[in-house]
Design a binder for this molecule. Sequence first.
Ligand code: ATP
Length: 340
Amino acid sequence: MAHTRKNILGSRRHVAERFEGGPAGDGDVAVRVRGLTKSYSGDRAVAGIDFEIRRGEIFALLGPNGAGKTTTVEILEGYRSRDGGEVTVLGYDPGTQRAALKSHIGFVLQSTGVEPYLSVRETVTMYADLYPRHRPVDEVIELVGLGEKGNERVNRLSGGQQRRLDLAIAFVGDPELLFLDEPTTGFDPSARREAWEVVKNLAALGKTVVLTTHFMDEAQYLADQVVILAKGRIVADGAPASLGARDRAMARVRFRLPPGIAAPEGLGGEPGPDGFTEIDVDDAVVEVHDLLHWAVDQKVGLEGFEVRRPSLEDVYLRLTGTTSGDGHLSWTNRPAGEWP
Ligand SMILES: Nc1ncnc2c1ncn2[C@@H]1O[C@H](COP(=O)(O)OP(=O)(O)OP(=O)(O)O)[C@@H](O)[C@H]1O
């Protein structure tokens, strides 16, 4: 992104727009995008994308740096103009009806006006008072997991707690739709888990959540729908469990035999340099049964034995043509459902 607002939950200027009355009608659909395009100085950042987000859904937008996520989200928020296509958010066109839309959405932007010497409760109350109707302050503080910190001064909160306060501020006006940009970047593992529960709590209240993230486990855990963007185009759209047809991919069986022991005939697959044998199988139940039967029969150990299908990360790396953290080239250009 992130020319304007990197890591909004980690940032310190909050915008929680007023929520007055029910949202405008567009049936069950919270966000509808058709043929959206946006260029900067002639370079296509978003090259004609279509997707829908249902009300009450947690939607995750994934993609490598420069894929067009921020551009897309800021068009939805009404902060950037689009070149072409149709966009409705809660029934409004963010390009022309931003003032009406903003009373229904919540998000957090860079650099806040939060006063460091106020307590958590005072801060949330201050923002709540901006709204004619708002959620009860203590309920919101509890919802974001700061129930024990109501009287704590903001400058005494940890980074993770401050981000939860950001979320409380964005949420106290009771928006229908929340935009969360990389909500757990910089969190330690337990703070991430806690933040995920907060997001789940919001969704349980029927709120629509639009999330951008670089973490596959986050998308896997939270999202009902994932869209993967690469170079301004959608390369996958669906539930995390079935994205890129990974639920229908061949299973990969992996194990290492003791030195000098050869795999049973007909199993296929040679051990790699690390001694592990990897075999892709259509019918994992039958193949694994045969292998285990042989191993037990022959009293042969299968070190590190595992059976797995492509993870969301495997699919992501394949579809975006990016490399994994160790610099290993992913299985680019291979058909969906197939291992590298
Ligand atoms: N204001 C701008 N002016 C010029 N080019 C821009 C502007 N904003 C984005 N771009 C370009 O548009 C493309 C998409 O950028 P965008 O910020 O939408 O990607 P992103 O997916 O959010 O990336 P990241 O994961 O790094 O935040 C990039 O090539 C970027 O350099």
